[in-house]
Write a protein that binds this ligand. Structure first.
Ligand code: SF4
Ligand code: SF4
Length: 94
């Protein structure tokens, strides 16, 4: 399981990045993203996701692939995550 930052909502405040125990959050030109392979949702370190706790605009959500009946928002966010890692082969809506 991993989380993802909605790049359309993120204001680039940077509050989340230093709190990640896995160094899963990085940024380029004020665009913050979470490496879904490195994010453990803080398991093993904290009871709750630290980035979610600190984010002032609540723009960090689950990066789990959408289910058979995905919400538009979740499907869109998942596509952003996949694009950011140049992994178009991983897109699946089955
Ligand atoms: S949930 Fe925890 S491990 Fe995942 S990106 Fe946020 S702070 Fe890092
Ligand atoms: S704390 Fe939220 S708004 Fe700030 S950089 Fe992180 S994801 Fe973006």
């Amino acid at each position: 399981m991993a989380l993802a930052i909605d790049s359309e909502e993120c204001d680039g405040c940077g509050a989340c990045e230093p709190l990640c125990p896995n160094q899963a959050i990085s940024h380029e030109e004020n665009m913050f993203r979470i490496d879904f392979k490195a994010c453990s949702e803080c398991e093993g370190f904290h009871d709750t996701a630290q980035c979610v706790l600190v984010c002032p605009i609540d723009c960090i959500h689950s990066a789990v692939p959408p289910t058979a009946t995905p919400t538009v928002k979740r499907a869109k966010l998942y596509q952003q995550v996949v694009r950011s890692f140049n992994r178009p082969d991983t897109i699946s809506f089955n």
